[in-house]
Design a protein around this ligand. Structure first.
Ligand code: GAP
Length: 572
């Protein structure tokens, strides 16, 4: 059993196989051997992703926050925008992406394999909590510093290319180290780059003993000779970390010289900032308000991995919410909480979803506060991977674009400012602050797929995709029990009626092939929440069977009540 399966009960291999077999996700250019970091969506996946995008659009732009008031006691206002993948190269100079959007990469000199240096895990060992059991660790340092701090204690080493691997390497060693104490070592992973390690004493008192953390780059450079390669396992086989810019370059125009270099956008956000003035000047929006957009972004990731989680082409759904600086922290908290509630509302509830506030040393150059909504993917378990970042970007971006372009980004707030002797008001001028909930739609789809994937061994075909009805790609299926005795005709009529009514939400399927059990199983794998079967009784008493995907339970309802039943369950 793969370790992720042991931790989550879900196997990534099984999930990926189902995605391929049922047409959720295919490898891009598969017939040519694929291209690393690029994925296509099959018919079910394309509809699933559209449903996710539509849910975002509806709940963030059309009826923001389900109609709730913001912290200012007024309804939240947002408008949409669509901006281009290719922007003027100066946009990326101003945003800091040309100089700073780099990942440090390291090569194994022998195998030539490459990985992200900041994905190496080290272990910080700190002092034991004073009320903890006497376990004798009284120093602080890197795992690779063990040599220096504890000569003759070589067994604690953990350098791995993923945090999960590092944990696996460490745990047996930690258990061995603390065998004098009656312990069951327990790891609490905060997110995908950090883990706290605790031990329990005989009285089940918990003591924090260590922090697993990514090795800072500066230290990595110093210690590279002492770090084992995650590929060859040998020390001294890694090159020095080098900075690698993640933006894809292209050439605009026919001359084809370096002077015409442009970049594929690494985020959709900058398109919004550079159009901020136009939106303010051409619409009636007033601070506070948001500008939302969805679209494809590109990052030449050093190590694309974990299915679609880290891709080189992916879609983002970002809202830039502009507000007065004095209200910005209120809005930051508001959006952080709403985004968590939103992911829960579409089916990512429970222990697999967390909201994590970044520590100061993790914040991006532009951010004065960031929280991530994180999901426990099978490949990050027991840790979590980022689904969405909610960043307080201050006035960084608008200020940068003002400086680089010369265009004034100040907002004239006529609802604030000095009251003049004549009773009028001189508006307050300021550069608004921006709160940015930035979601990844591909990661969202992957999380929804992982969450939905479940097995029910009592069913003839055990794989069931338990999607929330709102995002399920197929909303309902209609089956004639047998392809005769007038049943197909009744099924056709019901199918046409439901398709006409519900096409905006997703597909309504009709299927008369194979046994009814096999047809249910196909719909379970596709995540279709309701199947309606036309049988002999339908012809005599005008009722159909409704089968519920999750419980397998069946009930009979009038055929004329089917549309109302579906409306109640899936909306529309
Ligand atoms: N404008 C801010 C911004 O782009 P980010 O955290 O770099 O922030 C936002 O990206 C979201 O985009 C992430 O939370 C993630 O869901 C998604 N994302 C980022 N890089 C990705 C990648 N290589 N593959 C898939 N999704 C990615």
């Amino acid at each position: 059993m793969a370790s992720e399966e042991a931790k989550t009960g879900k196997s990534m291999d099984a999930i990926m196989a189902l995605c391929k077999r049922r047409g959720f996700i295919y490898q891009a250019s598969e017939i040519y051997g694929g291209i690393n970091g690029f994925w296509d969506y099959g018919p079910l996946g394309a509809q699933l992703k559209k449903n996710l995008r539509d849910a975002w659009w509806e709940d963030m732009i059309m009826r923001p926050c389900w109609g709730k008031n913001g912290p200012n006691g007024r309804p939240v206002r947002c408008v949409p925008l669509e901006t281009r993948i290719i922007q003027h190269p100066k946009v990326w100079a101003a945003s800091g992406h040309i100089s700073g959007f780099n990942d440090p990469m390291v090569d194994d000199k022998e195998t030539k394999q490459r990985f992200r240096a900041d994905h190496l895990c080290g272990l910080y060992l700190r002092e034991v909590a004073s009320d903890g059991p006497p376990i004798g660790i009284q120093y602080q340092g890197f795992i690779n510093d063990i040599r220096e701090f504890r000569a003759g204690d070589p067994e604690l080493t953990a350098v791995a290319s993923t945090e999960g691997e590092a944990l696996e390497l460490l745990m047996p060693q930690l258990k061995k180290r603390f065998k004098g104490v009656d312990v069951s070592a327990h790891v609490e992973v905060e997110h995908d780059v950090q883990a706290d390690i605790y031990i329990h004493d005989a009285n089940q008192q918990r003591a924090w003993i260590a922090k697993l953390k990514m090795i800072p780059l500066a230290l990595l450079k110093e210690r590279i000779a002492y770090i084992k390669s995650p590929f060859s396992g040998k020390m001294g086989h890694l090159t020095d970390p080098r900075q690698f810019n993640l933006m894809f370059k292209t050439i605009v125009g026919a001359t084809g010289t370096e002077d015409d270099t442009a970049y594929l956008r690494p985020e959709t956000a900058q398109g919004v900032f550079v159009q901020f003035k136009n939106v303010v000047d051409t619409t009636r929006v007033k601070i506070p308000f948001g500008i939302g957009n969805t679209g494809t972004s590109f990052r030449n990731e050093v190590t694309p991995r974990n299915f679609t989680f880290r891709s080189r082409e992916f879609e983002q759904a970002e809202l830039e919410f502009f507000c007065h600086p004095d209200e910005s922290f209120e809005w930051y908290k508001f959006w952080r909480d709403f985004r968590m509630d939103w992911w829960k509302s579409i089916g990512l509830a429970g222990d697999n979803l967390i909201l994590r506030e970044h520590e100061k040393d993790e914040l991006s150059h532009y951010s004065v506060g960031t929280s991530d909504v994180e999901y426990r993917f099978p490949f990050t378990a027991p840790g979590f991977g980022e689904l969405e970042g909610i960043a307080h970007r201050g006035c960084f971006d608008l200020t940068q674009h003002q400086q680089h372009s010369g265009a004034k980004m100040e907002y004239n707030d006529t609802e604030r400012g000095e009251i003049l002797p004549n009773g009028g008001r001189r508006g307050e001028r300021y550069i608004p602050h921006c709160i940015e909930p930035a979601a990844g739609l591909d990661r969202g789809v992957l999380a929804l797929i992982c969450e939905a994937y479940s097995r029910d061994e009592s069913r003839p075909s055990p794989e069931v995709m338990k999607f929330h009805p709102r995002i399920a790609p197929i909303k309902a299926a209609v089956f004639p029990l047998v392809a005769k005795e007038g049943m197909p005709e009744v099924a056709d009529k019901l199918h046409a009626e439901l398709s006409q009514r519900f096409w905006r939400q997703g597909a309504i399927e009709i299927d008369e092939k194979q046994s009814i059990g096999k047809r249910y199983a196909r719909m379970d794998e596709a995540g279709c929440p309701y199947c309606f079967t036309i049988d002999g009784d339908t012809l005599t008493n005008q009722t159909v069977t409704v089968r519920d995907r999750d419980s397998g339970a069946q009930e009979r309802i009038g055929i004329d009540k089917v549309a109302a039943f579906l409306t109640e369950k899936i909306g529309g």
